[in-house]
Write a protein that binds this ligand. Structure first.
Ligand code: ADP
Ligand code: ADP
Length: 226
């Protein structure tokens, strides 16, 4: 269970201070896929980066199964919108995917196998020896997702993960996310400004107000299953 209690974040101080998060309360059950929507500038990225431990909250508490998230960075993975900055250009696709697995103490052989498996899941079985810059944007984003999948985090954070790809790739990646979530029972928090996407992929849609952001809506989605 991810529990966020009265989370606040203020950028800067004094007269130029800007409060992005005005007290967020949110509980996400294990295995749930929650989409966060809200107007541009409402604090969605701030929320996600706070959970990821990339920003230190000004106030409040974020715990995963009772432990403050700042203490368990190895249980989290993040997928950003900007795939061009998330892959290391000097490493092959397979090496990009397998690198974080060293932190999990996997042997070289295990890492190679996990990377190959994840690349196969995202439809890039034959791209392992290529370099990121040899791939299209949509394919690079698949690699970022493969890396997160191979890592099997307890909590996967995705910030507009499909925002920079074409419509068909976007649909493919949405379906892929649902598939993978089903395989590994991951808890996923996904930011999107596309309300259609949020009801398609989410079990729940949480709506933020404009900054200072608070939760102003929380709807359960019940689409007929496939
Ligand atoms: P969203 O992801 O919903 O578009 P953000 O979390 O990026 O919103 O930003 C929320 C608010 O905080 C915005 O008004 C933005 O300009 C401001 N903000 C974001 N990052 C910073 C920063 N590093 N310094 C100052 N203000 C920031
Ligand atoms: P997004 O909408 O995806 O959050 P933004 O364009 O709001 O992206 O922010 C991109 C980057 O710029 C982020 O790292 C954010 O922290 C920073 N940023 C956003 N607004 C401000 C601001 N007012 N002052 C300083 N940095 C900001």
């Amino acid at each position: 269970m991810l529990e966020i209690s009265n989370l606040t974040h203020t950028y800067g101080s004094g007269p130029s201070a800007h409060t992005a998060l005005g007290g967020i309360d949110l509980r996400v059950a294990e295995g749930e896929l929650v989409c966060i929507v809200g107007p541009s500038g409402s604090g969605k990225s701030t929320l996600l980066r706070s959970i990821a431990g990339l920003l230190r909250p000004t106030g409040g508490r974020i715990t995963l199964d009772g432990t403050p998230v700042a203490q368990i960075p190895d249980d989290l993975a993040v997928v950003f919108q900007d795939y061009s900055r998330s892959l290391f250009p000097w490493m092959s696709v397979a090496d990009n995917v397998s690198l974080p697995l060293r932190r999990k103490g996997q042997s070289r052989k295990q890492r190679t196998r996990s990377a190959a498996e994840a690349l196969e899941q995202v439809g890039l079985a034959s791209a392992g020896s290529k370099y990121p810059w040899e791939l299209s944007g949509g394919m690079q984003q698949r690699v970022s997702i493969a890396r997160a999948l191979a890592y099997r985090p307890s909590l996967l954070l995705m910030d507009e993960p499909f925002g920079s790809v074409d419509a068909q790739t976007r649909e493919d990646l949405e379906d892929l996310t649902l598939l993978v979530r089903g395989l590994h029972n991951m808890t996923i928090l996904l930011i999107t400004h596309d309300i259609d996407e949020s009801v398609y992929v989410g079990d729940r849609v949480v709506v933020l107000s404009k900054a200072p952001a608070r939760v102003v809506g929380d709807l359960r989605v019940d689409l007929p299953g496939p």
